[in-house]
Ligand binder design. Structure first.
Ligand SMILES: C[S@@+](CC[C@H](N)C(=O)[O-])C[C@H]1O[C@@H](n2cnc3c(N)ncnc32)[C@H](O)[C@@H]1O
Length: 210
């Protein structure tokens, strides 16, 4: 290996180490120090987040779905960390009556909102799941798993990704929209392969062999 190449590799390894240390620190900070603030935020989140999604960020993210042709009629869709279900409803409309949407969240309060809005819109293809990791779904039954602004919050990122990987069909897609951006790949690299990227959205595919 040439000197320049070796220097470059060393530099990249150092950057990688610093980045890992930063995320480990940020994770600890959120978990240990900011937890009461975090909880208070979620207590009122149920009121302002749906508004935020419908007025600001939601439509933009749905345009990414369209660009990636992410959700199609008849598919089974898992909205992991669905919150109050803005994307759950959008997915349910897209997959139609032949498809199915599982909306999973660890907070029952949000799931009640999801149930209310699906009843209001007469959508019968949504099922809510209260969990912070296990989906309770059989192996390889999901075409598309969606995690929007969830991964950075998970304390057990890899364990959740293992579970999502288990329920994904071979060739199934895990789409992650997260501020961690490429940092996501540290948790998925030996599990799923990246096959598309647009801003904060990563499109990962489960190999046909695994
Ligand atoms: C920022 S919100 C995003 C909600 C929704 N995906 C959206 O984009 O509108 C993050 C959600 O992840 C959920 N969450 C956090 N940790 C979780 C876990 N371990 N398992 C399931 N859901 C979790 C929270 O309850 C919250 O609803």
């Amino acid at each position: 290996m040439s000197d320049i190449k070796r220097l470059l590799v060393e530099k990249l390894e150092r950057i990688h180490k610093v980045r890992n240390a930063f995320w480990a620190y940020a994770g600890r900070l959120i978990k240990e120090k900011l937890n009461p603030v975090h909880r208070a935020h979620y207590a009122i989140w149920v009121y302002y987040w749906p508004l935020w999604r419908s007025i600001f960020s939601g439509r933009k993210i749905l345009r990414h779905w369209k660009r990636f042709d992410l959700v199609q009629e008849g598919q089974t869709f898992l909205d992991y960390g669905c919150g109050t279900g803005w994307f759950t409803i959008a997915a349910a409309n897209r997959v139609g009556t032949k498809g199915k949407v599982y909306a999973l969240d660890c907070c029952s309060r949000y799931l009640k909102v999801v149930e209310k809005s699906s009843a209001k819109k007469a959508l019968s293809n949504i099922e809510v799941i209260l969990s912070d990791r296990e989906t309770g779904l059989p192996d390889e039954c999901v075409d598309v798993a969606w995690m929007c602004d969830v991964l950075h919050e998970l304390h057990e990122k890899r364990a959740v990704l293992d579970e999502v990987h288990r329920v994904l069909k071979k060739g199934g897609i895990l789409a992650i929209h997260d501020g961690m951006m490429d940092g996501v790949l540290r948790y998925t690299e030996d599990l799923l392969s990246l096959n598309g990227k647009d801003g904060k959205l990563l499109r990962l595919v489960k190999s046909n062999q695994t």
